[in-house]
Design a binder for this molecule. Structure first.
Ligand SMILES: Nc1ncnc2c1ncn2[C@@H]1O[C@H](COP(=O)(O)OP(=O)(O)O)[C@@H](O)[C@H]1O
Ligand SMILES: [Mg+2]
Length: 356
């Protein structure tokens, strides 16, 4: 079937080279699944007309009986007009904020993004100038959490890449570059380049704190962030279940190896807080993360209840922590504890005086 797709694309001219798209060398991947044709293209020349290209590809491919919809993904549009990705070994960048905190987890679905976004909202409430960098290239969720799924994307000005702003938080997300649901093929040097651009070329202004929503696990993004900027420390998010805790330990170990301090652990979905009666019930066995934090010698930063309001709010683009109530309070306490630990981590090591 991909032959037929290639064949159809021979009628589309690559705007960057003028050659037929099928032979221009720009096609990185092409795939058809459930009537959706996905085309991944290498970056083109600066200023190429992507809208026209998408329309031409769409017309050519939907002419095939098997294709209902098309999706055109252009790899790291972020690199457009910006410097080339730097090798991973280059010098760390200047810190983009007074505190730079990475929020990590061992696996997805533990509520890491929800916690990162609400910690950011809690920091705004505490009066801090706050930024959030959504570095989860595999599942960016900041656009949805902040109600910016319709945002036009990121603009580059003389001052740098302009962050968007929502709920008082300055925001960049890989999701503003590629659609939230678009599958993306990222090669390691591109990951490193994109992360470095987000850290070093965004016009963050004068931030007190930059929170980084990391992808789950221990991959290229983790290394790029660890090597790319002076990070104050990492907050590990886990649920009380054992499996999630095992993964959280691995995530913690990676950052330990890169000599980035673990600021502490947040236990998410600690207990069910009934929205009707306000009664807590401990459905997963609350306290697992607290015990785990003690075991790895990390501070425990707080517990966030499982509450339907959190899921509803994230789907609607609201942040619970920006409001009032017990869940907002829980985030405020965790943010306070995180800032306390970040301040300790940021303190310069005492000078050692040698006496003779
Ligand atoms: N404390 C919570 N209470 C209720 N729902 C939650 C809570 N934390 C996260 N969720 C929901 O769980 C799902 C996964 O959360 P998300 O933050 O996207 O996880 P991750 O970033 O770890 O993959 C989302 O639908 C989110 O709204
Ligand atoms: Mg996420």
């Amino acid at each position: 079937m991909t032959d037929a797709l290639h064949q159809a694309l021979s009628a589309v001219a690559d705007p960057s080279s003028g050659a037929p798209l099928s032979t221009s060398g720009r096609i990185d991947a092409i795939d058809l699944k459930d009537g959706v044709a996905t085309l991944v293209l290498k970056p083109g020349q600066e200023g190429e007309d992507i809208t026209a290209l998408r329309a031409a590809v769409d017309a050519a491919l939907t002419a095939l009986a098997e294709v209902e919809r098309t999706r055109v993904i252009i790899e790291t549009t972020l690199a457009r007009g910006a410097s080339k990705p730097q090798p991973a070994s280059s010098q760390p960048l200047a810190p983009p904020a007074r505190f730079v905190v990475a929020v990590a987890s061992g696996k997805g679905g533990v509520g890491k993004s929800t916690v990162a976004a609400n910690l950011a909202a809690a920091c705004v409430k505490l009066g801090l100038k706050t930024g959030l960098m959504d570095a989860d290239i595999y599942g960016p969720s900041a656009p949805r959490l902040f109600g910016l799924t319709e945002a036009p994307g990121l603009q580059k000005t003389k001052a740098g890449i302009e962050p968007l702003e929502a709920h008082g938080v300055k925001l960049v997300s890989m999701g503003f570059l590629v659609g939230e649901r678009d599958p993306v093929v990222w090669r390691a040097p591109m990951v490193t380049g994109a992360v470095r651009q987000f850290l070093g070329e965004v016009n963050w202004g004068d931030l007190d704190i930059l929170i980084i929503d990391m992808p789950p696990g221990t991959g290229d993004v983790q290394l790029a962030v660890a090597q790319g900027a002076p990070i104050s420390g990492v907050v590990i998010v886990s649920t009380p279940q054992n499996l999630a805790l095992d993964d959280a330990k691995k995530a913690a170990a990676l950052f330990d190896r890169t000599a980035i301090p673990i600021l502490g652990m947040v236990e998410n979905m600690s207990f069910f807080l009934c929205p009707h009666c306000g009664e807590p019930s401990e459905i997963f066995g609350r306290g697992g993360a607290r015990a785990e934090a003690e075991l790895i010698g990390a501070p425990f930063l707080g517990e966030i209840p499982l509450h339907p309001e959190l899921r509803e709010a994230s789907d609607a683009g609201h942040l619970v922590a920006a409001g009032e109530g017990p869940v907002a309070k829980a985030f405020e306490r965790a943010a306070d504890a995180m800032l306390h630990q970040a301040a300790i981590a940021n303190r310069p090591a005492p000078d050692i005086v040698f006496e003779d």
